[in-house]
Write a protein of this length. Structure first.
Length: 142
């Protein structure tokens, strides 16, 4: 992968608009990069994200960490804040892995239940300890 492709993918993942990517690309002497070129370069990211989100969780993770961060996204012409749930697992030997990163419109019991069920379908067994903030919905699911 070329340095330009990697930089365009990183900028895209960071939410930089295709117009700004075109402007940024001009700095190293590239005359023009179109929105379709940015799309072609970043399409590889879609496959990588999909593979990450669907990968099998074969290892046992007796400790789970569940937390959310709030990010602003643009939808239907408006900027709104959504919760992005991040689930980390710790193996018995101490290795830590990110198991899921899932955007959610709210932190309700239903969204937490869907998140945990999706992890179970991917092979996650029952954890012994779940570390989290005081989310009533998550507590009910656990």
């Amino acid at each position: 992968m070329s340095i330009l492709n990697r930089d365009v993918q990183e900028a895209y993942a960071d939410g930089v608009s295709t117009r700004k990517i075109d402007w940024l690309a001009g700095a190293p002497g590239i005359k023009k990069i179109s929105a379709s070129q940015v799309s072609d370069i970043t399409i590889e990211l879609d496959g990588q994200v999909e593979a990450f989100r669907k990968r099998r969780l074969d290892a046992a993770y007796p400790i789970l960490g569940v937390d959310s961060i709030y990010e602003k996204i643009r939808t239907d012409g408006y900027v709104v804040s959504i919760a992005v749930m991040v689930v980390t697992g710790v193996k018995a030997v101490g290795n830590r892995a990110i198991l899921a990163v899932k955007p959610m419109w709210d932190e309700s019991e239903g969204t937490h239940r869907n998140l945990i069920r999706s992890l179970n379908r991917r092979g996650l067994g029952t954890g012994r300890l779940v570390v989290s903030a005081d989310h009533k919905g998550l507590q009910a699911v656990i």
